[in-house]
Every structure is written in C-alpha cells, then in structure tokens.
Design a binder for this molecule. Structure first.
Ligand SMILES: Nc1nc2c(ncn2[C@@H]2O[C@H](COP(=O)(O)OP(=O)(O)OP(=O)(O)O)[C@@H](O)[C@H]2O)c(=O)[nH]1
Ligand SMILES: [Mg+2]
Length: 344
C-alpha cells in the first residue's frame, strides 16, 4: 500500500514537473494578459499545505486546465495530510464537480470560494451517515435495565486500552458505573495494563488468565454488570492486523457473543493510506458503529478521520489528544477541518 502511495506521488510529481516544463517552454502568453495568469510558484518545498495550494489558485480563471492545476495541488497536499489516495481522489472529484463551470462574481474572492468548496466536500464526508450519541446509547440500554456494551478493536498499538481508560473516566464523571473487560488475553501484559488503569480510576475489572477465551471474559463482565447493576461494560481486545485470519475470527466471536451496543474502531491518526484498508476490513468482518481516532496530538493533520469516515459511513465519536485520562475530546468536524486546511 505504501508502495502504491509512493508510486502515485511519483506520478503526481512527474506530471506536475512535466506541466511546469511545458509552461516554461511555451511562448510567454502572460505578456498579453499579465494579470490573468499568475506565475506558478516554485516547487522547491514539497509541503504545500492545503491553504497554500489554494492561495496559488487565487486570481486565476477557472478554465478546465487551470482547474486541473488547482486540483493537482490540492491532491498532493491532501496526501501529505495523511488522507488516503482513494479518499483524496473522491474529494478532488467532488471539488471538481462543485467548481466546474462555476462563474465567480466580481466581488467573490476565488481563494475563499475554493477554500469553502473543499471544506464543504470534507464536511460532507465527515458528517455522512447517522449521528451516534454514546451517552444516549447508554441511556437507552439502561432504561431497559441492561448495561450498555461497548467493544473496542483495531490494529496493534492504536490506543484502544488507553482510550478505554479515558472513556471509563469520562463515563464515571457523568455518574455512570463502569466495568472493564480484560479481553486482550493475547498479548503478554495486556491484562495487567488494563488492570493498572482500573486501579487508578477505581473501576471494576473482570479478567481471566492470559490465553483465556476473549469472548468468555467479555461475557463474564456483562453478566457481572447485569448482576450488580453496572451501567456500562467496556471491552478491551487485543490489537490485530486486519489480515490476521485467526484473530479476525476471534473478533467476530467476541461480537457474536457480546452483541455490543457499539462496535468501536480505534484508529491511529498517523495512519495514512492503510486507514482505508483497516477500516474496510474491520467494517466488513466485524462491523463498525463509530470510530475513535487517537494520537491527534502527535503532529497529525487528521486525514485518517476522513478516510475512516468515508469507508465506514459512520462517525468519529472522540479524538485522543494525549496520554492522560483527560486527553479525550468529543469529535467535531472543525477539529479535523482546521488542521487539514492549515498551511503546510
Ligand atoms: N500521544 C498520544 N499517545 C497515545 C494516545 N492514545 C494512546 N497513546 C499511546 O499509544 C501507546 C499505545 O497505546 P495502547 O492504549 O496500549 O494501545 P492499544 O491499541 O491498546 O495497543 P495493543 O493492545 O498493543 O494493540 C501508549 O504508549 C499510549 O500512551 C493519544 O491520543 N496520544
Ligand atoms: Mg491494548
């Protein structure tokens, strides 16, 4: 996948370079209409940033070829912001459709128009699908005298266990009693890691030994919650590559046995192209009701949020913005759109 991205970038850059060379070789048409076509800036710096790419587009007529130039610049900057290739392609198509044939009024600032169009296209993707209100889901289940069951999954090291601890605190602060299920029985230290969080937060944890059946641990935790009147069960699971058949089968079993109210995909904001493949496979095999994107603090532009939402059609619920228990923020499109539209 990385190779494909590199190949695509190579092609994009080759095409841009070719265009620049063609422009340099062409007769200086600007002389007739010096204001109509600003010079293309140098590409010495590969990081364009969406805003800078848009700035380059200002003041030019949106003829098909100029539009193509804008779109290439935008595509490169989207890829640099970790937006996966198919999602960047989709965004570019949407921007193209919205801008094609668009007549700019005299008072309209082309930069603002292009910026607004890109933002609109991104927002369409981020807001697609029905809304999921985690607290409402919990409340609805509790009204039926049952605990809400939330299962978390994703590839290795994305932030599942840390997120569960953060969410336990978030739910506790809202007066809800939480049980953690240590269903990462696969990785050495997986159970202990969750146990440390449970102790620090003062929440209950249901566990078995390492190697135990993960679905059985989750089932026990749900039974425990029902018996003791707990309101939420958070099920931690082992990290697994979406290509690992056995562990994906195990994940399906956990979901079959626990019948979760929310199946939450936990992604890493620094994932680029692979976000699409991860989200697609987990969605097909397990089903995703919503996602949480961690490590947004780690120099991430948040392109992965677009990729995951585009593939699943389900919302991002929270962003992880650090390693502390407080570092969890409710998702709003602006939180992603701002860094994505920032200059590189
Ligand atoms: N900067 C930053 N680090 C995070 C965030 N969330 C998790 N981490 C860190 O990422 C590392 C992995 O987090 P875990 O919660 O263990 O990830 P996991 O998905 O449970 O990992 P596995 O169970 O091994 O698959 C830890 O060092 C966390 O502190 C976040 O939002 N920001
Ligand atoms: Mg974990």
């Amino acid at each position: 996948m990385l190779e494909k991205l590199k190949e695509k970038l190579r092609r994009v850059k080759a095409k841009l370079t070719r265009k620049l060379e063609e422009k340099a070789a062409a007769p200086p048409e600007e002389e007739e209409e010096p204001e109509a076509k600003p010079k293309r800036p140098s590409r010495a710096s590969p990081k364009l940033g969406v805003k800078r790419a848009l700035k380059k587009a200002v003041g030019i007529e949106l003829s098909p070829s100029d539009l193509e130039d804008i779109l290439w610049d935008l595509q490169v900057s989207l890829l640099e912001s970790d937006v996966a290739v198919p999602v960047a392609d989709e965004l570019i198509n949407r921007v193209k459709n919205k801008l094609t044939g668009r007549k700019l009024g005299l008072r309209e600032d082309p930069k603002k128009v292009a910026e607004a169009v890109l933002e609109e296209a991104m927002r369409e993707i981020l807001e697609a699908g029905e809304k999921v209100d985690l607290l409402q889901v919990v409340k609805a289940k509790n009204e039926r005298n049952e605990p809400a069951v939330l299962v978390f999954f994703g590839i290795n090291g994305t932030g599942k266990t840390t997120t569960i601890a953060k969410l336990a605190k978030y739910l506790q602060e809202r007066g809800l009693r939480v049980v953690l299920a240590a269903s990462d029985t696969f990785r050495a230290g997986g159970i202990e890691q969750l146990e440390v969080h449970a102790r620090r937060l003062g929440v209950e944890l249901v566990k078995q030994r390492q190697g135990a059946d993960a679905a059985a641990v989750a089932y026990d935790a749900i039974s425990h919650a029902k018996a003791r009147g707990f309101q939420v069960v958070l099920v931690d699971t082992a990290g697994r590559m979406q290509t690992d058949r056995d562990l994906m089968d195990e994940m399906r079993k956990i979901v079959r046995v626990t019948r979760p109210d929310l199946r939450i995909f936990v992604g890493d904001a620094l994932t680029g192209n692979d976000a699409v493949e991860q989200a697609r496979t987990f969605n097909q095999e397990v089903g995703i009701d919503g996602s949480i994107l961690c490590k947004m603090d780690a120099d991430a532009r948040g392109g992965a949020a677009l990729s995951i939402t585009y593939v699943t059609g389900k919302p991002i619920l929270f962003l992880g913005v650090g390693q502390g228990y407080e570092d969890l923020v409710e998702f709003k499109p602006e939180l992603i759109l701002k860094p994505l539209l920032e200059e590189g």
